[in-house]
Design a binder for this molecule. Sequence first.
Ligand SMILES: Nc1nc2c(ncn2[C@@H]2O[C@H](COP(=O)(O)OP(=O)(O)OP(=O)(O)O)[C@@H](O)[C@H]2O)c(=O)[nH]1
Ligand SMILES: [Mg+2]
Length: 317
Amino acid sequence: MNSQTLKNHQAHHSGICAIIGPPNSGKSTLLNLFLGQKLSIVTPKPQTTRNRISGILTCEDAQVLFLDTPGIHKSEKALNRMIVNIAWQTLAEADLILFVLDGSRYSGDRAMSRLERDLSPVFKRLKSHFQPLLLAINKIDLIGSRPRLLPLIEHLAGIFPQAEIVPISALNAEHTTELLRLLIQKLPVNLPIFPEDQLSTLPMRFFAAEIIREKLILVLNQEIPYSIAVEIESWQEIPEKNLTEVHAVIYVARQNHKQIVIGKQGSRLKQVGREARLELSSILEQRIHLELWVKVKPNWYENRSFLQELLPESGLT
Ligand SMILES: Nc1nc2c(ncn2[C@@H]2O[C@H](COP(=O)(O)OP(=O)(O)OP(=O)(O)O)[C@@H](O)[C@H]2O)c(=O)[nH]1
Ligand SMILES: [Mg+2]
């Protein structure tokens, strides 16, 4: 069946949807909701996502390759600039752009000047992309009365007259089905690209490293979560035992961070290991033997070859 035949009968849409927006706006939460499964890590701290995360949604009339991206923000730090670059680069590959912003931050007093201050350079750059644009105003569950959103909606409609604007709550799945339907209709009429049971283009070991990093971010404070990297050193599947053995290294940037990550008598590291193992085990439906090591790699975020390994899509050569 070719795409013309599909057009004449029930149209099947497929394509790439890039999910972008400021840090902490709920991009990864929304991706997970669309997929009906947690794929991208989520924490209350900004700059959680560091890579481009692919998630494939297959339904009867559509297949969407979602690309969740790191939050776009301004920073002097090389690592942050690299991860923001990953987000912008992703747009070039997308058929459709889904921009997610935190509506609760832009409602109420002085909200529009805050929006201008935070996002006007981002909007300017976004305007140079010509793909269809959907603007999701997220976290509406945090906004007491809906009319408080009107100035934001009007403002966004003024900047992006062609865009669809949809207020949603990714946390409570409010208006997210409507958003997904809209999004699918805007994708090209095309056949599916991936097998229907494929959930991502990334390997499981990548997600294992992310799960460990998520558990670390959740137990650590201040700047430490931002100077941690996780790498899977070995991954061995032993089918006859229904077991996977995973060895992972947690890199910290400073000697004194090592003890903080390990905790008193290893308690913090044990907690992280236990939580990551349980999550991995339930995803893979098998037993997991997880070993974690903490290594000091001084200022790893300035080490180009290490960064290249860690963030292969950053464009670093
Ligand atoms: N109240 C509320 N909280 C939300 C909603 N969506 C996401 N959150 C919360 O916002 C925080 C950030 O969510 P993420 O999905 O990690 O945000 P992100 O945009 O992927 O963040 P980065 O990866 O850092 O760019 C988490 O604590 C989420 O639970 C929502 O609709 N309502
Ligand atoms: Mg994220």
